[in-house]
Design a protein around this ligand. Structure first.
Ligand SMILES: Nc1ncnc2c1ncn2[C@@H]1O[C@H](COP(=O)(O)OP(=O)(O)OP(=O)(O)O)[C@@H](O)[C@H]1O
Ligand SMILES: [Mg+2]
Length: 386
């Protein structure tokens, strides 16, 4: 049993930890030997997922392929599957995580709740004044493919700004996806894992906090009502069956005055699920491996009443690892996860999980450790007294 992972980032790195514990062999296709997962994996191939021969080498070195990120070539993956090398998730599911326009079209046809949207491929146009009048400025314009961590998401204030940003996307051959800008009351993520035979499990729904499009904090259960969490979970289970995903899938949702709407899908372990490493019976990384290997799934029950997970970012002044760890490990409840990256301002370097039976304690402890590691405390994160 050997799993090949496309991409050498932190998600691959954390899958390797679980693979090691379960005695599963691994091989990573990384772009550089300095990638987080390449530094800790015994077998590393260096190459790009868009390179056919690199992907073929990975396939011949393992029994099943899975992904650390979605910036992959679906045609190459389809050809590998046709040649008899299993890849999970399959392109027929993956397309909805790779391409936001495809996701909007298919899920809205399936009756799932969405913000209003308009897809504008290169070579076509739309009456922007009319669109802005109909939905109200500003609008959200997204690159249908290639975006991550808020890169590829633009808030456009008027028709001129919309036209020039759309022009830039089209010049790169990228489809523009306009969305109405919804009034967000809370951001949520519903995480599920599904096996090839359709067996499926859901972890408790979480509340996430994004600053400038980037996830900073995850609270379980956060301020979500049981009714909202139940609806979000039902949506995620429906999406998972609809697209027949195999492995972990995260559904990002917005709670609005009119109910829940789907934002986007990720088909791999997701930042909103890092808390499961220290707050659930089975982590998302372990269950992802179990699913792609078609092994029985582990329990997704919480192991404490509350969990907080705070991302660690580089600040304006890099803190030496030893100094940062000294402070963070001094917080007794904190579980520190670092990705082996050099500190740079704004770069995601790791996360801290804290689980316990006091919701404000776990949040405070997680921020205490994250700030000790140099994470600047954003003004938008309120109510945490360190
Ligand atoms: N239609 C919308 N209305 C209002 N805010 C939005 C809308 N779409 C996105 N946002 C905001 O922008 C953030 C990033 O959007 P999205 O998740 O689509 O981008 P991404 O770059 O793919 O994100 P990720 O960091 O998850 O990879 C969202 O978390 C939300 O805060
Ligand atoms: Mg997102």
């Amino acid at each position: 049993m050997k799993v090949g992972i496309v991409g050498g980032g932190q998600l691959a790195r954390m899958m390797l930890e679980e693979a090691s514990r379960l005695g599963i062999d691994t091989v990573v296709l990384a772009e550089s030997p300095e990638d987080g997962a390449a530094k800790v994996c015994a077998e590393v191939l260096i190459g790009h997922p868009a390179d056919r021969s690199a992907m073929a080498s990975l396939a011949s070195a393992c029994d099943v392929i899975t992904l650390d990120h979605e910036l992959v070539d679906l045609e190459i993956i389809g050809d590998l599957i046709a040649a008899g090398h299993p890849v999970w998730p399959a392109p027929s599911a993956l397309i909805y995580a790779v391409d936001k326009a495809e996701m909007r079209t298919t899920l809205s046809e399936a009756g799932l709740p969405m913000p209003r949207f308009e897809i504008v491929p290169p070579g076509s146009s739309v009456d922007l004044d009319e669109l802005g009048q109909r939905w109200g400025w500003p609008l959200v314009l997204k690159a249908a493919r290639g975006g991550y961590d808020g890169k590829g998401v633009f808030i456009v204030g008027d028709a001129d700004e919309a036209a020039s940003t759309l022009g830039e996307l089209h010049a790169q051959g990228v489809t523009g996806l306009f969305e109405e800008r919804v009034e967000i009351e809370a951001e949520l993520a519903a995480l599920v894992v599904r096996r090839p035979n359709g067996e499926i499990k859901a972890w408790p729904v979480v509340e996430t906090a994004q600053v400038a499009g980037v996830c900073r904090e995850v609270l379980v259960p956060g301020d979500l009502s049981a009714a909202i969490a139940e609806k979000a979970e039902a949506i995620a289970l429906r999406v998972a069956d609809e697209v027949a995903v195999v492995g972990v899938m995260a559904v990002e949702l917005f709670a609005t005055a009119d109910g829940l709407v789907v934002n986007e899908l990720a088909m791999r372990p997701h930042n909103s699920g890092h808390w499961t490493q220290d707050g659930a019976s089975t982590s998302q990384f372990e269950n992802h491996l179990r699913a792609v290997l078609d092994l029985p799934l582990g329990s997704t029950e919480m192991s404490a009443r509350f969990v907080a997970s705070v991302n660690v970012f580089g600040g304006s002044e890099a803190i030496a690892l030893e100094e940062g760890l000294l402070g963070a490990l001094d917080v007794p409840e904190a579980k520190v996860h670092l990705y082996g990256k050099a500190s740079r301002e704004g770069r995601k370097l790791g996360h801290v999980n804290v689980a316990g039976n006091d919701g404000s304690m776990v949040r405070r402890a997680a921020w205490k450790a994250a700030t000790a590691l140099g994470t600047p405390m954003p003004d938008e994160i309120r109510g945490v007294e360190l």
